[in-house]
Design a protein around this ligand. Structure first.
Ligand SMILES: C[C@H](O)[C@@H](O)[C@@H](O)[C@H](O)C(=O)O
Ligand SMILES: [Mg+2]
Length: 434
């Protein structure tokens, strides 16, 4: 039984000055400061357990997400955790349907990021208290707007069917882990020397799958992609990420030029809202053997539904902090299974690897039951600020063993990086004369 009444909700603006090293930079986000709106839930239960939730932001604007979390707080405060998770679908619907706040969404943008942060904290707390079965899991999903492609019965059927072989898949995860790829070598703002050095290290570390940022300048892309392909050789996997830089025809032309470097996919070639544009790009690039990947800025399950219906993507990238937490991610994993599209989650940022490892390992054990064409992103930053950081072994995620959603940050990190009063920011802002 879930225990306790929610007595307190706090939200902190925590920012890491990653832009100083060009970490995380791409063709559209040239100076991200990886940040999070960090939510803590407390209850009056005697176990003293707390739930921690994050969402991912790039610096400025985190204060807006914190504000939205506070605006949603009355839906959570004074509620029994048992009542929340006892009708999780209803609670999800309540949070996403606040009749005034939904005007500044609905189920997208700041208000949805805030929803994700709160719900991630609820899942963390609940997961620390107890385990879940297929019926409970499907009862957490809001099937509104997706029942034309996935019903509750179908969801239960998928989960139930995969009870067979679950033990073997669990054992496989515990020994081998879930395959990962690295994005850490080739951020757009890194010099060629840096790229070479990081690539050499990654190869030594056993990495076999690499992602490179493209899209700002063709000559740069040709040089950098050539450099990486030479270093990793013809057999290893290369992915490219344009972060929404192009129009549809431009995406096709640009990728035709980069096809010689044999990318497995082009990620976010154009606006994340352009479903038919993604479908057109998918069709044009299929003869070149290049797939389209997208999802890190996909608003919600409805857009994923349409991307799947329109055959607009060949790799689906869920995001643990943009969708409405585990609830909405579950619905997308199940739809992807139904359409036979592999899920390769977006990760990195602050804590995205920590959270998404739970979802993707669950996907393998209980939904997809396959590793074909599947891998999870890994980025080598900011794990030291988490109490239960991810464990990578031979380029694979090892399953997390601590109860919860791995969302809890170290107290001293939150204090030090809190914006604008933490030590790190006080110094940086003073140095900038602010
Ligand atoms: C601004 C961020 O670092 C993005 O560039 C990053 O999430 C990226 O798209 C990725 O796929 O890892
Ligand atoms: Mg990306």
């Amino acid at each position: 039984m879930a225990r306790g009444r929610v007595t307190r909700l706090t939200a902190c603006d925590v920012r890491f000055p990653t832009s100083l090293g060009a970490h995380g930079s791409d063709a559209m986000h040239t100076d991200p400061d990886y940040s999070t709106a960090y939510v803590t839930l407390e209850t009056d239960a005697e176990d003293g357990l707390k739930g921690y939730g994050i969402t991912f932001t790039l610096g400025k604007g985190t204060e807006v997400v914190v504000c939205a979390v506070n605006a949603l707080a009355p839906h959570v405060l004074n509620k029994d955790l048992g009542d929340i998770v006892g009708d999780f679908r209803g609670f999800y619907r309540q949070l996403t349907s606040d009749s005034q706040l939904r005007w500044i969404g609905p189920e997208k943008g700041v208000v949805h990021l805030a929803t994700a942060a709160i719900l991630n904290a609820v899942w963390d707390l609940w997961a620390k208290q107890e385990g879940k079965d297929p019926r409970t899991l499907s009862s957490c999903i809001d099937f509104r707007y997706i029942s034309d492609v996935l019903t509750e019965e179908e969801a239960c059927e998928i989960l139930q069917k995969n009870q067979a072989g679950k033990k073997e898949r669990e054992a496989q995860m515990l020994t081998q882990g879930y395959p990962a790829y690295t994005t850490s070598c080739a951020w757009l703002g890194y010099s060629d020397d840096r790229l070479k050095q990081l690539c050499t290290e990654a190869l030594k570390g056993g990495w076999t799958r690499f992602k490179v940022k493209v899209g700002a300048d063709m000559q740069d892309d040709v040089r950098r992609c050539g450099l990486i392909r030479d270093m990793i050789g013809p057999e290893k996997t290369l992915m490219m990420d344009a972060n929404q830089r192009w129009d549809v025809p431009e995406a096709v032309e640009w990728m035709a030029r980069l096809a010689e470097f044999k990318p497995l996919w082009i990620e976010e070639p154009t606006s994340p809202d352009d479903i038919l544009g993604h479908a057109a790009i998918s069709r044009a690039l299929a003869p070149l053997g290049i797939g389209v990947a997208t999802g890190e800025q996909c608003h919600n399950r409805v857009i994923f539904k349409q991307l799947l219906q329109a055959r607009a993507l060949q790799f689906l990238q869920i995001d643990s902090c943009r969708l409405g937490s585990v609830n909405e991610n579950l619905s997308v994993l199940l739809m992807a299974k139904k359409f036979g599209i592999p899920v390769c989650p977006h990760a990195g940022g602050v804590g995205l690897c920590e959270l998404v490892q739970h979802l993707i390992i669950f996907d393998f054990i209980s939904v997809s039951a396959s590793l074909e064409n599947r891998m999870c992103e890994y980025v080598d930053h900011l794990h030291e600020h988490f109490k239960y950081p991810v464990l990578i072994q031979k380029a694979c995620y090892l399953p997390p063993k601590d109860a919860g959603y791995s969302t809890e940050m170290k107290e001293e990190s939150v204090k030090k990086y809190q914006y604008p009063d933490g030590d790190v920011w006080r110094k940086l802002l003073a140095a900038q004369g602010k």
